[in-house]
Design a protein around this ligand. Sequence first.
Ligand SMILES: [Mg+2]
Length: 221
Amino acid sequence: MTRGSWTRRIAMTAVATAAVTAMAVPVGAQAATATGTSTVTTAAPAAASAAAAAAAEDVDYATWQQDCQAVMNQALPALKQRIAATEPGEKQAIVLDIDNTTLETDFGFSYPQPANKPVLDVARYAQEHGVALFFVTARPGIISGVTDYNLKHVGYKVSGLYVRGFLDLFKDVAAYKTAQRVSIENKGYTIIANIGNSATDLSGGHAETTYKLPDYDGQLS
Ligand SMILES: [Mg+2]
């Protein structure tokens, strides 16, 4: 199986679900159906990203893991210090991207997808020390259940999973992700770190620190 097959599978699921939704909608709601059918637009960027992933085949797994480990080697001691300095009453949180950050999306072809181990190690330290983990992904809501199961299955303690709702699919990804961090802050959490592999995971503030994993010029989603 080639890299990016997971992305293609998501795209196919999106198309299939849109088709089923379209069939299930009564005739009187055809306007809504037309809008609903445009969920298929998620297939276009997914296909594009599958093509990009195919172009990333020269990035081998060992290199990717080393590069991720190097970033997490910086993150862990800093987070240990920050967690040790928790203020009374402070609720700490870490926000994580999913694809090619917490899971081996473009390298793990099975389901459930394996955890990206360097990130899991940091996440485990945090969750064992009372830090809530929030996962903010551009994945569409229709795969929320399988994503939640996958994260828990490989060892992450999920305090919250934010997937894109229908209207979010039309928004800028960075703006969508920033809005989720604001929402997490509004629940009383202090976001001590935001970990992701794309610039759109990390821009927009609302985190004390950001840790950027490799995306090899946008080749990894
Ligand atoms: Mg990603």
